[in-house]
Design a protein. Structure first.
Lengths: 150, 415
C-alpha cells in the first residue's frame, strides 16, 4: 500500500524511537533549552556541552511521538563534534528536507536523517520532526525562553 | 371499526447519513469515517440550506430597521431564539443570550458576574477534567479579584469525586463551574447533585454543556441551573455561534460584557443606559446566519428525536467499548459508569500522534492530543489520548473500520 506510511515509519525511525540515543536528563550541561508543542503536549529538552566552538556532547529528554523522538535521537548523534555554525547549517538542510524544499538530490551531510524525508508528505507532522532542532538552536543561541512550535 | 396504528419513530442511521453531504466525501480514496464530532459536528443539508436561504432571500441587519428585509431577518433570528429556548426549556426567552460559542459564554459570566461578585479570598470550584475554556476565564478573573480556584478531583475511572466536592464547598465558595459531560473522558457529571449541594449554600452553578447538548435532553427549569453554555457547531449547526443561558434575575443584575450598538437604551456622553435582556449582552451586529443556522440544526435534531439519537449513540458507545477492549495493548481512558459517546484511549508504545496519522490515511478522522484539557491528562500522567467521539451519523461498521485501522497501526509498529 503506497500511502506514504511505510516511508514515514521506516524501521530505522522506529528503532530510534524505541531506543533513543543520548536519552535522559543531563546532570550538567553548558546549555539547556526546552521545546514545547502546545498542539499535542509534546515536550523536549536538549542539553549541550560546548568545547570552545565545538559541541562536545548532546543529550535530550522528551515525551513525544515516534517522529519527534527519532528526529531528536538522530540529531544528538549528528551534531556531536560539529561546530555551532555546522550544527545550525545542518538544521537548515534538515528543515528543507522535511518541508520538501531541498529539491532533487539531498545533501550527503544529512546521512541517516534522510530517512525522515517522508515527513514532507505529512505537513501536520513537520513540527514533530523539527521541535528538538529548534530547541537545539535556542540552546546554542543561549535563549532563555522556551521554544514553541506555535 | 377504526384501527389506530401507532408507528414508533425509529432511528434509521442510513437515512440520517444521507442528510449530511460531507459523509459521501472520500479521504485519500477511502470513505470518510468521521469520529471527531466532539470537536465539531458535520452539518445536515437542512442547516446548509437554512444559511443559504438567509443570504439569498432574507438578509439584512437585524433590529431597528424599518425596511422589509430587516424585519424579515429579525423575525427569523428571534424565531431561532425561541427554538433555542424550547430546546433547553428555559422559562423566558430573555434568558437566551447569543454568544460566539461556549468559550465566550463562560468568559462573559466570569468577567461580568465575577467583577461584581468576587473579591479576595473568594473561592471558585472547578473540576480537574474541565476544558481549558472553563479554566482560563476563571483564572483571569481570579487574578483580577484575588479569588482562588478550587479543583474537584476524579476517581481513576473518570467519575467526579462527589465527596471531595462537598468537602470543598465552604462559606468562601462563590461559584461552581463544572462540565456537564467531559470532552476528554466522556464522563457525565451528576449535575442535579452538584447543583443541589451548591444551592444549599446559595452558590450559583455554571455548567459547560458543550458535549451534553448534542446527546441529551436539557431542561433548564428542572435542573434549576444558574448559567449554562453550549456551542452551535457541536449541535450540527454553524461555528461562531453559541448560547449562554442565565437566570434572568442574575443576568439583570450583571453589568454588560461588551459595549456597543444593540445593547444600549439611550447613549449620551454623560450617561448610557442599557437595553433589556437579552440585548444588553449582545453588543454589535450578531452572527445572523449563524443564529438561524443553529436554529435549523436544533429543529433537525428535534425532528429525529434526541432520545432516539441518544439511544443510537449509546449503542455505538457500548459496541465500540467492547470492540476496542479486545485490543491487548489498548487502554481506555475514562470508564465512568455514566458516560456519553466518547471513546478516549491510548495504545502501549505508540504515541497518539502516530496513531492519528496512520488512521488518517485510512480515511478515519479522530482527534489526538490533550483535547484542551491538559490538567486531566496530567491526572492520568499522559500527554495525550486518541479520541473517537461519536455523532448521530456514525455506525457500527465505522467502529469496525476504526478497529481495523488500529490493526494497521500495530502492523506498522511491529506489535
Amino acid at each position: 500500500m503506497n500511502d506514504g506510511l511505510t516511508d514515514l515509519y521506516q524501521e530505522v525511525i522506529l528503532d530510534h524511537s524505541r531506543n533513543p540515543r543520548n536519552f535522559g536528563p543531563a546532570e550538567e550541561a553548558d546549555r539547556t533549552a526546552r521545546g514545547n508543542n502546545p498542539l499535542c503536549g509534546d515536550r523536549v529538552t536538549v542539553f549541550l556541552n560546548l568545547d570552545g566552538d565545538e559541541i562536545s556532547d548532546a543529550q535530550f529528554d522528551a515525551r513525544g511521538c515516534a517522529i519527534s523522538l527519532a528526529s531528536a535521537s538522530m540529531m544528538t548523534e549528528m551534531i556531536k563534534g560539529k561546530s555551532v555554525a555546522e550544527a545550525k547549517a545542518l538544521f537548515e538542510k534538515f528543515h528543507a528536507l522535511v518541508t520538501g524544499k531541498n529539491g532533487v538530490g539531498a545533501s550527503p551531510d544529512l546521512a541517516e536523517l534522510e530517512t525522515l524525508s517522508g515527513v514532507k508528505n505529512f505537513p501536520t507532522r513537520i513540527k514533530c520532526a523539527t521541535l528538538a532542532w529548534h530547541a537545539m538552536v535556542a540552546a546554542l543561541d543561549g535563549a532563555d525562553e522556551d521554544v514553541k512550535t506555535e | 371499526m377504526a384501527i389506530n396504528v401507532i408507528i414508533k419513530p425509529t432511528f434509521d442511521v442510513e437515512r440520517v447519513r444521507q442528510d449530511f453531504p460531507i459523509l459521501s466525501e472520500e479521504v485519500y480514496g477511502k470513505p470518510l469515517v468521521y469520529f471527531d464530532s466532539g470537536a465539531s459536528a458535520q452539518k445536515p443539508r437542512a442547516v446548509i440550506d437554512a444559511i443559504s436561504t438567509v443570504y439569498e432571500t432574507e438578509y439584512a441587519n437585524v433590529h431597528r430597521g424599518v425596511h422589509y428585509l430587516s424585519q424579515k431577518a429579525t423575525d427569523a433570528m428571534e424565531a431561532a431564539r425561541e427554538i433555542v429556548r424550547a430546546f433547553i426549556n428555559a422559562r423566558d426567552i430573555r434568558e437566551v443570550i447569543f454568544v460566539r460559542g461556549a468559550t465566550e459564554g463562560i468568559n462573559l459570566v466570569a468577567s461580568s458576574w465575577g467583577r461584581q461578585n468576587l473579591s479576595a479570598g473568594d473561592e471558585i470550584i472547578l473540576s480537574v477534567m474541565e476544558h481549558h475554556s472553563n479554566i482560563v476565564p476563571w483564572q483571569l478573573i481570579a487574578e483580577q479579584t484575588g479569588a482562588v480556584l478550587k479543583v474537584v478531583p476524579i476517581s481513576d475511572d473518570g467519575a467526579l469525586d462527589m465527596n471531595a466536592y462537598a468537602d470543598l464547598m465552604s462559606d468562601k465558595t462563590k461559584m461552581v463551574a463544572i462540565t456537564h459531560v467531559s470532552n476528554a473522558l466522556g464522563t457525565i457529571t451528576p449535575v442535579e447533585e452538584i447543583i443541589r449541594i451548591a444551592h444549599e449554600r446559595g452558590v450559583p452553578v455554571l455548567l459547560d454543556g458543550c458535549q451534553a447538548a448534542p446527546h441529551m435532553a436539557l431542561d433548564m427549569q428542572a435542573l434549576d441551573v444558574d448559567f449554562y453554555v453550549f456551542s452551535g457547531h457541536k449541535i450540527y449547526g454553524p461555528s461562531g455561534i453559541g448560547v449562554l443561558y442565565g437566570k434572568s434575575e442574575l443576568l439583570e443584575a450583571m453589568p454588560p460584557y461588551h459595549g456597543g450598538g444593540e445593547m444600549i437604551d439611550v447613549v449620551t456622553f454623560e450617561k448610557t443606559t442599557y437595553a433589556d435582556l437579552p440585548f444588553k449582552f449582545e453588543a454589535g451586529t450578531p452572527h445572523i446566519s449563524g443564529i438561524i443556522g443553529m436554529g435549523a440544526g436544533i429543529e433537525y435534531i428535534n425532528g429525529l428525536g434526541l432520545d432516539n439519537i441518544a439511544a443510537h449513540e449509546h449503542d455505538l458507545l457500548e459496541y465500540g467499548t467492547a470492540k476496542l477492549s479486545e485490543i491487548n495493548s489498548l487502554k481506555m481512558i475514562g470508564t465512568a459508569p455514566e458516560k456519553a459517546a466518547i471513546l478516549s484511549f491510548v495504545l502501549e508504545a505508540v504515541h497518539p500522534h502516530d496513531v492519528g496519522t496512520i488512521l488518517d490515511r485510512e480515511g478515519i478522522a479522530v482527534r489526538t492530543g490533550h483535547h484542551c484539557a491538559q490538567p486531566v491528562m496530567d491526572r492520568y500522567d499522559i500527554a495525550a489520548t486518541i479520541r473517537a467521539s461519536i455523532g448521530m451519523y456514525n455506525t457500527r461498521k465505522e467502529i469496525d473500520v476504526l478497529v481495523a485501522g488500529l490493526g494497521r497501526v500495530q502492523e506498522i509498529f511491529g506489535q
